[in-house]
Structure formats: structure tokens, C-alpha cells
Write a protein that binds this ligand. Structure first.
Ligand SMILES: [Cu+2]
Length: 311
């Protein structure tokens, strides 16, 4: 949590947003100290007199200068806060011309990223450092959110509408993305990461994806499991995470929430990925997102082939 307190120069906008907050906080602090200072001073200065020491309260009808000042000064300050805030807001909302466009399609409970060249990734978006990127976002079901705390930017994602958000990362690294609208039981698992890569690394990665199809089936399945967000919820070593482990799953007898049981064969695993809520494993919450439309048919075959190797 604490590392979000400093923006560390990840982008120009992050610095601008922090500066607005510091500006507003300092004004607030200044008036807090003045008002509280006078409160304490007056409480002592005009405290109750001892018996017999009565003084008559002066009758004050007004003070034109004082009243003008306390109307004009706060008005100017609020105007300054508005104008400063508006200028930064305009900057946040206006992507520079020529920003690369990445489509973000979300649903309960995952982020899918689609690149201009047709590549897709799940819960992980890769962008080159130093270049502006515009995310064009829409939801397939309920309202979700897209929050990049390190970059100080946030935007709701709505069904049936497109919203956008842009960033220009100035530092390489991995940055968390959170869904910030309570979107159902799996909400707290709805996280993604933005990987900012150096220009050359990015070019290398962009060329990489194509080679996938020549890999052996199980190896390809392994890559898919690693890059589809499965490992956020499933372990490969037998430990229970949000969901059951994938180790030794193939051929296992699975107790289901409705009291029946199933054998984890090809059909069962396929259904688990495309329609996770059709059969729920006993003792687990129904939080797995569907990968229908995201993972292609032959890729599911590859994932099944990989799960078979996890003895
Ligand atoms: Cu969500």
C-alpha cells in the first residue's frame, strides 16, 4: 500500500495529480491551523470570569473590511483550486494525437486486452515505455472499473458504451490494475497488471507471440495457463488458492457443490473453462470467469493436454 504514496515519476500526469492534492491539502492545513489557533486563543482569552468580575459584552454590528475579506479571499482560493484542478483534469482526459490504441474488454471477472495487431492477453497488458497509450474500454456485463493507482488514473467501464483512459509511462516495471466497482463475488480477484517494457524488449515480445503455434501441444498449454491469469487462482503444486489446484486434476473424482460428483476428464475441464458455473466444485466460491470467446477451441485442447502432464 505504502508504495502508492509516492508516484516516483512513473508519468507526468501522476506528478500533476499529486501536485493538485498537495496544493489543496496545504490550503486546508493553513485554514485549519488559523481557525483552531483562534479557537484555542479565544477560549483562553475570554474564559469565564471569577464571580464579581462581570464585564458587559460589546455590541458589534459588523466590520465591512473583515467581512469583505472573508468572502473574497476564500472565493479566490476556491476559484484557484477549480482552475488548477480543471487544467490537470483536461490533461488527464485528453490523449495526445498518435497514442497507440489498446481495446480493453472486461467481464466478471477478468480484463482482456486486444492489441491493434490482433494479439490478445488476459489480466496483463504490455506497453512500451515513453509512448502514449490509449485504452478503449467496454464491459460485457456489469459496471467495472479500471484503476492504475501508481499512475493516478481511474475510469469506470460500462456495458454498451466505450470509455477511455490514457497513460504515458516513463518508467519500466509492473503496475497493478484494479477493478474499482463492486461487480460481484469475484470482484476482489479482478486484478490485472500493466507491464511497461523498454522499447527493444517490447519489440521482442511483440514478435514472440507468433511462434506459439509451432510449440508442442502441452508446452503451448503451459504458456496459455501462465498468460491467461489462471495462476492467480490455481496452483500447479497442490496448494489450494482461490480455486482448487490443477495438479493431479486429470482423471480425479471431483465432489460438486450440488452433492453429486464428476470425473475430471477432457469434457469436464473444457466445460470448467467455458462455463465455470455449470458445475461448481464443492467448498469453492463461484468466482471463476468464463473464458468463452477469449480462449480459442484448439487452445483449450492445449490446456487440457498440459493439465494431463501435472501428475
Ligand atoms: Cu469488476
Amino acid at each position: 500500500m505504502l508504495n502508492y504514496l509516492r508516484h516516483d515519476g512513473v508519468s507526468r500526469i501522476a506528478g500533476e495529480v499529486d501536485a493538485v492534492f498537495v496544493f489543496i491539502t496545504l490550503i486546508g492545513l493553513f485554514f485549519f491551523l488559523i481557525t483552531q489557533g483562534f479557537l484555542i486563543y479565544f477560549a483562553l482569552r475570554y474564559r469565564k470570569k471569577k464571580r464579581g468580575e462581570e464585564t458587559e459584552t460589546p455590541y458589534i454590528t459588523g466590520n465591512r473590511w473583515l467581512e469583505t475579506a472573508w468572502v473574497v479571499v476564500p472565493s479566490l482560493l476556491i476559484l484557484a483550486i477549480f482552475i488548477y484542478g480543471y487544467l490537470v483534469f483536461r490533461d488527464i482526459r485528453t490523449p495526445p494525437a498518435g497514442a497507440a490504441e489498446i481495446n480493453v474488454i472486461v467481464r466478471q471477472w477478468l480484463f482482456e486486452f486486444r492489441y491493434p495487431d490482433g494479439r490478445r492477453t488476459i489480466n496483463e497488458v504490455r506497453v512500451p515505455v515513453g509512448k502514449p497509450v490509449k485504452f478503449i474500454m467496454t464491459s460485457q456485463d456489469v459496471i467495472h472499473g479500471f484503476y492504475l493507482p501508481a499512475f493516478r488514473v481511474k475510469q469506470d467501464i460500462l456495458p454498451g458504451r466505450y470509455t477511455h483512459l490514457w497513460v504515458q509511462p516513463e518508467k519500466t516495471g509492473r503496475f497493478d490494475i484494479y477493478c474499482t466497482q463492486y461487480c460481484g463475488v469475484g470482484h476482489s480477484n479482478m486484478r490485472a497488471v500493466m507491464v511497461v517494457m523498454g522499447g527493444e524488449d517490447y519489440e521482442h515480445w511483440a514478435g514472440l507471440e507468433e511462434e506459439m503455434s509451432t510449440l508442442p501441444l502441452a508446452k503451448r498449454g503451459e504458456e496459455l495457463v501462465e498468460h491467461s491469469g489462471c495462476l492467480a487462482c490455481h496452483s500447479l503444486d497442490g496448494t489450494v488458492k482461490v480455486g482448487p489446484t490443477l495438479k493431479g486434476l486429470y482423471g480425479r473424482r471431483v465432489e460438486l457443490a450440488d452433492g453429486t460428483a464428476a470425473i475430471a476428464d477432457d469434457t469436464y475441464i473444457r466445460e470448467s473453462i467455458l462455463e465455470p458455473n455449470a458445475r461448481i466444485v464443492k467448498g469453492f466460491p463461484p468466482v471463476m470467469p468464463t473464458f468463452k470467446g477469449t480462449i480459442k477451441d484448439d487452445d483449450i485442447t492445449a490446456i487440457i493436454a498440459y493439465i494431463k502432464t501435472l501428475k
